[in-house]
Design a protein around this ligand. Structure first.
Ligand code: SF4
Ligand code: SF4
Length: 118
């Protein structure tokens, strides 16, 4: 049996959404033909890239992040979130130091893989 500490760890965390600049190719925005990310929630970085509002800051917090980091959070645009969010692995799914570092910033312990066989 697989014990998932953590399939749901992200819903009580959200630290990565409030730690890093979330930037991506501009055409992921829904103002481009195949884009899905609500462009009103983004800001231009340069002619090629944009980022989620609130993340291009010394104290980043994505505008789409709802709730309290380390308590209960959700992403207001989960189905339409940009590529870096989709590609950001929770640390136990592989090795993602950025997950551990973000959690540490908010006093949250690193996640460990506690897969067990019953
Ligand atoms: S920092 Fe890690 S555990 Fe927290 S929300 Fe991001 S991916 Fe999930
Ligand atoms: S778009 Fe959603 S998943 Fe991505 S940083 Fe913002 S709140 Fe987090």
């Amino acid at each position: 049996m697989t014990m998932t500490v953590s399939a749901n760890a992200c819903v009580t965390c959200g630290a990565c959404c409030a730690s890093y600049r979330v930037s991506f190719y501009w055409a992921e925005g829904d103002d481009a033909p195949a884009g899905v990310v609500p462009h009103q929630l983004t800001e231009k970085l340069n002619d090629f890239r944009r980022c989620m509002q609130g993340t291009n800051s010394a104290t980043p917090r994505c505008v789409a992040l709802q709730g309290d980091v380390g308590q209960a959070v959700s992403c207001a645009i989960y189905e339409n979130r940009p590529t870096p969010c989709r590609d950001f692995d929770i640390s136990w799914q592989g090795s993602n130091d950025a997950c551990d570092r973000a959690r540490a910033k908010y006093g949250l312990a690193p996640l460990i893989n506690i897969v067990q066989v019953a």
